[in-house]
Design a binder for this molecule. Structure first.
Ligand SMILES: [Zn+2]
Length: 80
């Protein structure tokens, strides 16, 4: 059995992905565009509390949204 588990892209700066927003991100929105990405791939958008709903709706309207997790559960690039 070879089940593919989703693999979120690693993030570095935990800053909200909404345009013009520099707030600290609290949430990771995991999404996948089946036309561009393999099924187990998870692109990550970061969202502050104020932009989470907006970004969720944007991705949800396109059927791209797969999961929403706290940033503490995201893989982070080691920049040390
Ligand atoms: Zn924001």
């Amino acid at each position: 059995m070879n089940l593919l588990s989703p693999t979120p892209d690693a993030v570095d700066e935990l800053v909200c992905s909404a345009r013009g927003c520099r707030s600290e991100a609290a949430w990771g929105l995991l999404w996948n565009n089946p036309k561009l990405h393999t099924p187990e791939r998870r692109k990550v958008w970061l969202a502050c509390d104020g932009h989470r709903e907006h970004l969720e709706q944007y991705l949800g309207a396109r059927s791209f949204l797969r999961d929403v997790v706290p940033v503490s559960e995201l893989p982070v690039v080691d920049v040390s």
